[in-house]
Design a protein around this ligand. Structure first.
Ligand SMILES: [Mg+2]
Length: 379
C-alpha cells in the first residue's frame, strides 16, 4: 500500500466505524432460483458477538459483521465467509455487492476453480474478504463433490498441523492478566500492543505467565527509533517475535529496523498478496498470511510459494471469523511455520459447527470440503 492509499484508508476507517454499533441483523440479500446444472448463491450478513470487547491499536469492537455465502449446485452446497476489513475500505455491504456482481462468474464451470479465481480477482480491485468467501465456497463445493476433505484435495499431511496462539486484545492490565490465565490451554500467547502503556502490559503479562509470547503492534509505534527500543526491550522479556510494529508503507524504516533488532519482525498490514512479497522480502523476516486479506486459499498458497523462495517465515492468521473460515485456514496449516487462528474462539454465537481447534491444536477435519456445518435454520 502506498502513502496515498494509506491516508485514503484512514478516512474510510472513520467513516465505517458506525457500522459496528448497529443492531444484530440477519438478512437474506440475494437469492437466485436454480435448476439442475445452475448455481444458486445466497448471502447473509451475520453479526458475530465478541466474548469481550476487542481492542487493537486502531479501535475497539464488540461485534463484527461478516458475510456468509451459500453456493448450491447439483444438490451440493459449498459455504464461504467474508470478514470485511475496514482498514481496506471493505464493509459487509461492499462484500455483498461484490458477490452479487460476481454471479455471472459463479454460473460458469466451478471445476475450473483456478480460472474462476482469476476472473474474481480481475472483476474489481480490493474486496478481498468477498473473494476469499467465494474461493472458500467453491473449494468446499469441490471437496464435497469429490467427498474428500480440503487438506487431501491439496495433498497435505494432516499430522503437520500447528498449534495456534491465543490473542489477547488491548485492555486494562488486570483484565489482560485474567485472560492470559484463562487461556491456559494455549502454549503461546499473542499480545496486542501499540499504546503508550505497552511496557506495563508486557510486565503485567509476565507477572502471571512465563509462556512464550508474540507481540502485535498493528502499526501502533510511529518512529523507527521507538520501535527499535521497544523491540529490543521485548526481546529481553522473552518475546519470540513482533508483528507490524510500524505503519505498513514505511518499508525503508523496516529495513533499518531489521538490521538492528534482536528478534524477527513479521509483516501483516504491509503484505496482502503474493506480488507484494518481493518488494518487502528485505524488510521483514516473515509474513502473516490471512485469507481475508489475500482473497482466499488459492492466493494464500501462492503466497506460501513466493515467501519460501525468498526464505521468509510464514504465519497464517485470521480476522474475527466463525469456525467455517477458521476450518478453511486450518486446512492449509501444514504449509506454515506458525498459526494464529483463534478468531472463532473470541465469539459466542458461532453460526457454524466445526471443530477446528482442540486444546490449542488445529485439527484438520476428515469430513468432505471444509468440514463445517451451518447452525442457522434453513441455510
Ligand atoms: Mg496482525
Amino acid at each position: 500500500m502506498n502513502r496515498k492509499e494509506f491516508f485514503k484508508t484512514s478516512g474510510w476507517l472513520l467513516a465505517s466505524s458506525w457500522l459496528f454499533g448497529r443492531k444484530p441483523e440477519l438478512r437474506l440479500k440475494k437469492e437466485e432460483t436454480s435448476k439442475k446444472g445452475k448455481v444458486k448463491v445466497t448471502t447473509r450478513i451475520y453479526e458475530l458477538h465478541l466474548r469481550q470487547a476487542w481492542t487493537l491499536s486502531r479501535g475497539t469492537w464488540t461485534t463484527r459483521r461478516n458475510v456468509l455465502v451459500r453456493l448450491e449446485k447439483d444438490g451440493i452446497v459449498g459455504y464461504g465467509e467474508a470478514a470485511p476489513i475496514p482498514r481496506y475500505n471493505e464493509s459487509a455491504e461492499s462484500n455483498q455487492a461484490f458477490i452479487a456482481k460476481a454471479l455471472p462468474i459463479l454460473e460458469k464451470d466451478l471445476w475450473e476453480y483456478e480460472e474462476r479465481g482469476k476472473e474474481l480477482e480481475q472483476l474489481l480491485p480490493g474486496e478481498n474478504a468477498a473473494k476469499a468467501a467465494l474461493d472458500m465456497a467453491i473449494l468446499d463445493w469441490i471437496g464435497k463433490s469429490l467427498k474428500i476433505p480440503l487438506y487431501r484435495f491439496f495433498g497435505l499431511d494432516k499430522s503437520k498441523t500447528l498449534s495456534t496462539t491465543f490473542s489477547i486484545g488491548i485492555d486494562e492490565v488486570p483484565v489482560m492478566q485474567k485472560t492470559a490465565l484463562a487461556a491456559k490451554d494455549f502454549r503461546v500467547l499473542k499480545i496486542k500492543v501499540g499504546t503508550k502503556d505497552d511496557k506495563k502490559i508486557i510486565e503485567g503479562i509476565r507477572e502471571v505467565t512465563d509462556r512464550p509470547i508474540r507481540v502485535d503492534a498493528n502499526e501502533g509505534w510511529k518512529t523507527k527509533e521507538e520501535a527499535l527500543e521497544m523491540i529490543n526491550w521485548l526481546a529481553d522479556k522473552g518475546v519470540e517475535f513482533v508483528e507490524q510494529p510500524l505503519p505498513a508503507a514505511n518499508l525503508d524504516d523496516y529495513r533499518w529496523l531489521k538490521e538492528r533488532v534482536k528478534i524477527p519482525i513479521f509483516a501483516d498490514e504491509s503484505v496482502h498478496k503474493s506480488h507484494d512479497i518481493p518488494a518487502l522480502a528485505s524488510a521483514f523476516d516473515g509474513i502473516n498470511v490471512k485469507l481475508m486479506k489475500c482473497g482466499g486459499l488459492q492466493e494464500a498458497m501462492r503466497m506460501v510459494a513466493v515467501a519460501r523462495a525468498f526464505d521468509l517465515k510464514l504465519m497464517i492468521g485470521c480476522m474475527i471469523e466463525s469456525s467455517l473460515s477458521i476450518s478453511a485456514a486450518a486446512a492449509i496449516t501444514p504449509l506454515f511455520d506458525y498459526a494464529d487462528l483463534d478468531g472463532n474462539l473470541l465469539i459466542d454465537n458461532d453460526p457454524f459447527r466445526g471443530e477446528p481447534i482442540k486444546g490449542d491444536r488445529l485439527q484438520l477435519s476428515d469430513r468432505p470440503g471444509l468440514g463445517a456445518e451451518p447452525l442457522i435454520p434453513d441455510w
